[in-house]
Design a binder for this molecule. Structure first.
Ligand code: NI
Length: 183
């Protein structure tokens, strides 16, 4: 088990396009992916992309808790060379946070309905459809492979906030704010 250091906003590795993985079935990749899982669990994230641990390759891990997906869990998924296709033009806004942008949160528009394909660690191609939070997590994580952090996807920067301040302000008004993504 290895918990790896997480690169934070400003690091060059988070700004560039990550390289395709030539052989997803390479056994050496499995050990790295296990380190990614250990790192994500340690950081209490729902997703992590390889550039966030300073490896500029197209690898993403994530899961979706049942409570955030209509009662149906999306189990831990390892994606190599993922590709996203929006299924229509509809978008929705939700608060996102990122392990590479600690403490902050902001409203981000994302496609509501997507199809995504990837290779698993046997090299097999898997295709899934996703909506809402599941689709948001996949879009957030795959953005890391192209050098984008969520603030660059925000339509209105006035919602950018420290998460604890936002939560306190909401609580004072008797509201709750659901923070959508930590990956
Ligand atoms: Ni992130």
């Amino acid at each position: 088990m290895s918990v790896l250091p997480i690169a934070r906003m400003g690091a060059d590795v988070l700004k560039r396009r990550a390289a395709e993985v030539a052989d997803p079935a390479d056994p050496a990749l499995g050990a790295f992916v296990q380190d990614m899982i250990d790192t994500m669990v340690d950081a209490h994230g729902v997703g992590l992309a390889a550039p966030q641990v300073s490896r500029s390759e197209r690898i993403v891990i994530f899961f979706v808790p049942a409570a955030r997906n209509g009662g149906v869990e999306v189990p831990l998924t390892v994606m190599v060379n993922p590709v996203i296709t929006p299924l229509d033009e509809s978008k929705n806004e939700g608060y996102e946070a990122c392990l590479s942008v600690p403490g902050l949160t902001g409203l981000v528009p994302r496609y509501t309905n997507i199809r995504y394909s990837y290779q698993d660690l046997t090299g097999a191609t898997v295709t899934r459809e996703a909506k809402d939070f599941h689709a948001r997590v996949v879009q957030h994580e795959c953005d890391h492979l192209d050098g984008f952090l969520y603030p660059q996807r925000m339509a209105d920067m006035t919602s950018l906030a420290f998460a604890d301040v936002l939560q306190s302000a909401a609580k004072a008004k008797g509201q709750t704010v659901e923070l959508d993504e930590e990956g």
